[in-house]
Ligand binder design. Sequence first.
Ligand code: FES
Length: 123
Amino acid sequence: MSGVLVGKASEIPEGDKKIIVANGRSIGVYNIGGQFFAIRNTCPHQGAALCSGITAALITSSGPGNFEYERDGEIVRCPWHQWEFDIKTGYMVADPKMRTKIYEVTVERYDVSIEDDHVYIYV
Ligand code: FES
C-alpha cells in the first residue's frame, strides 16, 4: 500500500475537515475532538458530495417534547436530501443498513497521507 500526502495535521483544526482526492476518490478527513476520521465524500443515496454538508450533533429524544443534542460535530448531513451519517462509523443515523465508506486513520509525525483505504495522519 502506498500513501498519498494530504497535509499536516495542523491544517485540519479541531472541528474542521479537509476534502482531498486520493486514487480518484474524494474523501473527507475530519478532526473530531483531536481525533481524525475519514469518510468517502459520496452519499450512498444519490451520490451527492456528502462532506460538503454541514456537521451537526446527534439529536435524540426520550419522548414527545424532549430532545437532546449529543456528540456535537460527529454527524454529517448530506446537502441534497439531509440524510445524516455518523462520521466515525459511516452508518446512516436513521437507517444503519445504509453506510458510506470509512477509512482507517493513523496519526504519525509531521504529515498527513492517504493509502488506498487507510488514512495516515502525521503530526
Ligand atoms: S444524495 Fe445524499 S441524501 Fe440524497
